[in-house]
Each structure stands twice: as C-alpha cells, then as structure tokens.
Design a protein around this ligand. Structure first.
Ligand code: ADP
Ligand code: MG
Length: 617
C-alpha cells in the first residue's frame, strides 16, 4: 500500500463547494445527471482519441456506462470506460475549478439570486453536486494511456482530498458514492432507474443499472423518416431542447450534395425571448456520424435563427477537428448556408400547406424573421416572402404576404405601399387611404414600430419598390372622375397656399394641392430633408419617446374642395389671427395622422384658444 497524498481544495473551490452543497440545487437527484453526463463526455473523448491514437489501454472494452446500487451499504456506483484521468488531471479537474470559470460562477451567483439551476454545468460545478448527498466520494480512475497508473481520489467535500495509487484499475473512471443517511433513496434501484430513464434516454452510449440495460441508444436523425413515430420525434425534441412541451414544427432533412447532411431541426412552441426572459441561443448540436462535435456551434446558423433546436450530422466534417478551428471553418459556413436555405424553403412550404401552424409560428417568431430581413443581406429576399402584415386587402385580423399582395395589385400600381400606425383603425381613419382606395390600390397596414424599419431595409420585392404611402415618392395620376365638391379657383388656391406657407414658414416647406385628398381637408407628405416621415418615425422609435428630435419641416397638402379650406380662405381676409389658429390646428391634425406629432401640449393649448374664440363669439 502506497502512502496517500493529502491536498487542500483551493479557496475558490471551497467557496463553490459550499454554495453547491448548501444551496445551489434544490433538486438533489440532478447529481445523477451530472455524473452520467461526465461519464458520457469521457466516453466521447475516448472515442475521439481512438481515431488518432493507436496504443489505447483495454482497446476492446465497450464504450458504456454502468451503474450499480447497494441498498444495504447505502452506496451508488457509476462507472465508465472512458478517457480516465492521470494523477495530475485528478488534481486539476476535481481539485480546482478553472480560475476564470469559478470567478464568473461566483459573480453570476451574486447577480442571479435564486435562479441558480441554470448555472449548473455552465460553469463546470457539475461534479461537486455529488457532495449534496454523500458523506464521502471515491473516484477510481485510470487514463487511457498504456503506461498510465490507477489512482483513487477520496474526499468528504470538506476542505480537502487525498490521492493514492490504486492497482488493478481498468480504463476509465469509477465513482463510489457513500450516501448520507437522509439520502439513501439514491441507493435504491427503482429510484435510480427512474432518474436514469429521465435523463439518459438519448445519451449516445448504453447505460445499464445492476447489469440491465436502461436506455436505447439511437441516433434518430439517421433513421428513415417513414419509420419514426411522431412521439419519438417529440421525445427526442424534449430531451435535446430541454423543453417540457413538444415542438411546433420539425424538419427532418437529408442531402447528399453538395454536402452529406442528416439533420433534424425543431421550432419550439414558445419564443422565450418574446416573454422578455432571455435571449435565445442557437442550440443545434453538430455531429459527425453520430459523434458529437459541438453541442452549441457558434457560427453554424445566422443570428436570427437562434430559436432553432435539434441536430445536424454531416460525415464531411473532419472528426479530429478542434472546436476552435471549427468555429471559423469554411465547411461550417457552407453547411450553415445549405441548412438555412433549406429551412427557409421549409417555412415557405409550411406557410402554404399548414397555414394555421405557420401563422402560429409567425405570431411567436415573426420578430426574428423581421430581424433577418433587416440585418442579413444573404437571405433578405428569401426571408421577405415569409413576412406577414395586415392589409386593406384583407379582412380585419387576417394577414397577407408580399407575394399575395403583388398578385392583387391593379395594373397601374407601380409600388408596394404601406402605412404605419398604432393599429388598423387609426390608419384607416387617417387621410392617406382615401386617394389610394379610390384608385383601387392596396396598402399594407404596419402596426409594429419595427415594421417600418424592416420595410425600409428591404426597399424592394420582386423588382417593385416598397414605399410608405405618405412619402412623396408616391406619384399619383389624376383620377378619371373629379372627386365631388366644388374646388376653389386657381387664383384662390394660389393665394391661400402662399398665405399658409408664409404664416407657417417655421413648420412647412411647401404647400400644395396634389392628388391625395378626397374627403379629408389636409395631410402632410414625406421628404423633409431628413429622409422623409418614415425615417423620422424610425429615428423616434430608436431614440425613445423622451428624446425630442429637432422639429423639421413637412410638405403640407390642402384639399381645395373641402369646406374647411373654403372657410379658411374667407377667414384670412376677415380675421387673420383666427385664421392663423385654424391653419396651425390643421397642420397639427395632419401631423398627428402621420404619427409625427411629437408633443401634443402645444396643440392642446392652441385648441383652447380656438375654442375660446368660438364660444365667445
Ligand atoms: P464539466 O463536466 O462541466 O467540465 P464537472 O465538474 O462535471 O465539470 O467535471 C469537472 C472535470 O472533471 C471534467 O471537465 C473532466 O475533465 C473531469 N471528469 C469528471 N468526471 C469524469 C469522468 N467520469 N471521466 C473523466 N474525467 C472526468
Ligand atoms: Mg460535467
């Protein structure tokens, strides 16, 4: 018997251990999952080592995980034939916590208060969870190298541990857990069986308990679609995505060229991001012939697809590639492109074949598709087909896409038109739709603040410009039939226009009659030197409502057939002060209709003055 060496846990390790043992996991059984996942990692590492190394200890030992329980001795044993650890590795892996990692962990704990479960694994404190339930833990281990030796690491989780040589060890690691009396449930076969079933259904190595196999190892994505039941897909998704409910959609896709790909992609039912909880992270695991290469490859999919879950398997990926070189590999980029294209195509198919499901998807994830349109030049045009909006061409509550919109366009309409407003009603009650409807032009009704930005980034669809219907880029032809109501004569129009322009010169750049107004007295149109009304609204949205933007001038259109304009024309001669009040008020109303009135206080003050005039005369 050789002498055991005694080691102290590092100060940080002690601190972390203390937190883990005393408060971190409310759910004690999680330690089983942590140890199985470590065993699975160790097997995975061995499998990868086997690809490049020749002299591996116990070469023919199966890659599997064995658990055994001893009820009377209150013991649980977890064994794997994986990569094992050398003495040095025991010290660094189990005695210390990677310096920066533990720091991050402690800081995250401070800032995160109660939500600690999410921190498991992320900061590499997984192994220590075993001390929640045990009086002592012995880790017998032997590295895969022929010339290595066996060791036993022994600790009660307080202060330190010992390491001594242990002869007769096979390759891999065996953890013997002496349970605390109050946690002897974990030495019972049935209890462990339930836990293992729950956590290891899709571990890619066989797991057995007291000699009996518990899981079925199954790379579901490599099987033929026809053989897989819906429930199997659902179970796999729940395991893979760690979701409590099934997916909303799935795409099981295989290809041989240009790359060999087997992939199983899922869209969750809910967008957690939308609930304001956290940002989604892309979690489509990358495999090569069943072997996990990277559980969360960073650059496989574009950002806006960060809600995707599932697996991608490609035999074209070199197996012995490190994660770091994988990150910026050309191959990964290509793989991501093929898959992204295919996934967008899938969404377009769904939109046609399973409209209700697609609309559910749009409801949850539409914001991310919009993000893609606005930020990802590569897929912009394909993504644009997926956009859905309300429209004057659809009933209240129904949505339309751009393709369907174009199909309905009348022959003389050149551009795709949209209007932004708080809701459908408020856009409908504004002054802009009347002239367009009189010409049979359909208008998309945008109600999300980000929509206008998306449309501005898109700019065109199928060679048709997309413009805001209040922009002066929209040129309207004269209607065949003059709208009803007698117009002021040319001279009068000239006079009132000049008067308004002079009187409101701080606020308007031009006054014109135009072809836009039928029933409303006035409106404002785009272009004010800052990129138009639409751009102004976008800037306002980005700055937030509190940052006042410098007032800018607008083009003011007046309707020479409208009684108010007739009245104003007369009032200029009779009572210029009141006329000025009316003109300002008309402009305020027009700005409000265009969602451009920054601060209503001035308008309210002015309207009181006007009311005073009326009530006192
Ligand atoms: P993580 O798994 O996140 O790295 P853990 O605390 O679970 O953190 O494990 C710490 C380290 O101990 C692992 O990274 C690994 O190097 C080593 N380890 C744990 N269990 C085993 C095992 N069964 N075989 C080999 N190494 C192991
Ligand atoms: Mg772990």
């Amino acid at each position: 018997m050789t002498q055991a060496t005694t080691h102290e846990f590092k100060a940080e390790t002690k601190q972390v251990l203390d937190i883990v043992v005393n408060s971190l996991y409310k759910d004690k059984e999680i330690f089983v999952r942590e140890l199985i996942s470590n065993a699975s990692d160790a097997l995975e590492k061995l499998r990868r080592t086997q690809l490049t190394e020749k002299n591996i200890l116990d070469e023919n030992l199966a890659l599997e995980i064995n658990l055994s329980t001893d009820d009377s001795a209150k013991q649980l044993i977890i064994q794997d034939f994986g990569i094992g650890m050398t003495e040095e590795e025991l010290v660094t892996n189990l005695g210390t916590i990677a310096h920066s990692g533990s720091k991050e962990f402690l800081e995250a704990l401070k800032s995160d208060g109660e939500k600690n479960d999410a921190l498991i694994g992320k900061f590499g404190v997984g192994f220590y969870s075993v001390f929640m339930v045990s009086d002592s833990v012995k880790v017998y281990t032997r590295t895969w190298k022929q010339e290595g030796e066996g060791f036993c690491w022994d600790s009660d989780g307080n202060g330190g541990y010992t390491i001594e040589k242990a002869d007769g060890q096979r390759r891999g690691t065996k953890i013997v857990i002496q349970l605390k009396d109050e946690f002897d449930e974990f030495a019972k076969e049935d209890r462990i069986k339930d836990i293992v079933k729950k956590y290891s259904a899709f571990v890619q190595f066989p797991v057995s308990l007291n000699g009996e196999k518990v899981n079925t190892v199954d790379a579901i994505w490599l099987r033929s679609k026809a053989e897989i039941k819906d429930e199997e897909y659902e179970e796999f998704y729940k395991f893979q995505a760690n979701d409590y409910e099934g997916p909303l959609m799935r795409l099981h896709f295989s290809a041989d060229a240009p790359l060999e790909i087997n992939s199983l992609l899922f869209v969750p039912k809910r967008n957690m991001e939308k609930m304001g909880m956290f940002r989604n992270e892309n979690k489509v695991a990358l495999h090569c012939r069943k072997v996990l290469i990277d559980a969360e490859p960073k650059s496989l999919f574009p950002e806006w697809l960060r809600f995707l879950r599932g697996v991608v398997d490609s035999s074209d990926i070199p197996l012995n590639v490190s994660r770091e070189t994988m990150q910026d590999s050309e191959l990964l980029r290509k793989l991501g492109q093929v898959l992204t294209k295919r996934f967008i195509k899938f969404l377009n198919e769904q939109a046609k074949k399973e409209e209700a499901t697609y609309l559910e998807f749009w409801q949850e994830f539409g914001a991310l598709i919009k993000e893609g349109v606005a930020t990802d030049f590569t897929y912009k045009d394909d993504l644009a087909k997926l956009l859905r909006f309300q429209s004057t061409g659809t009933e209240e509550g129904k949505l339309t896409g751009l393709d369907a919109y174009i199909d309905r366009m009348v022959s003389d309409q050149k551009e795709i038109l949209f209007l932004y407003g708080k809701n459908r009603k408020s856009i409908e009650s504004g002054p802009y739709l009347e002239a367009l409807q009189a010409r049979g032009y359909e208008v998309l009704l945008l109600t999300e603040p980000v929509d206008e930005y998306v449309m501005q980034s898109l700019r065109e669809f199928k060679e048709k410009k997309i413009i805001s219907a209040d922009s002066d880029e929209l040129k309207l032809e004269k209607l065949d039939e003059e709208p009803s109501g007698e117009s002021l004569d040319k001279k009068a129009v000239k006079k009132i226009s000049k008067w308004i322009k002079d009187s409101l010169k701080e606020r308007v750049s031009e006054v014109e009659t135009g072809e836009r107004l039928i029933n409303s007295p006035v409106c404002v149109v785009g272009e004010d030197g800052m990129g138009g009304a639409s751009a102004r609204r976008i800037m306002k949205m980005m700055q937030g409502p509190d940052d006042a933007m410098p007032a800018s001038k607008v083009k003011f259109q007046i309707n020479p057939r409208h009684p108010i304009i007739h009245g104003l024309h007369k009032l200029i001669e009779k009572d210029e002060t009141t006329a000025l009040l009316v003109a300002n008020q008309l402009l305020d109303n027009a700005l409000a209709s265009a969602n451009l009135l920054d601060d209503p206080r001035e308008m309210i003050a002015r309207s009181y003055q006007a009311l005073e005039k009326i009530t006192s005369s």
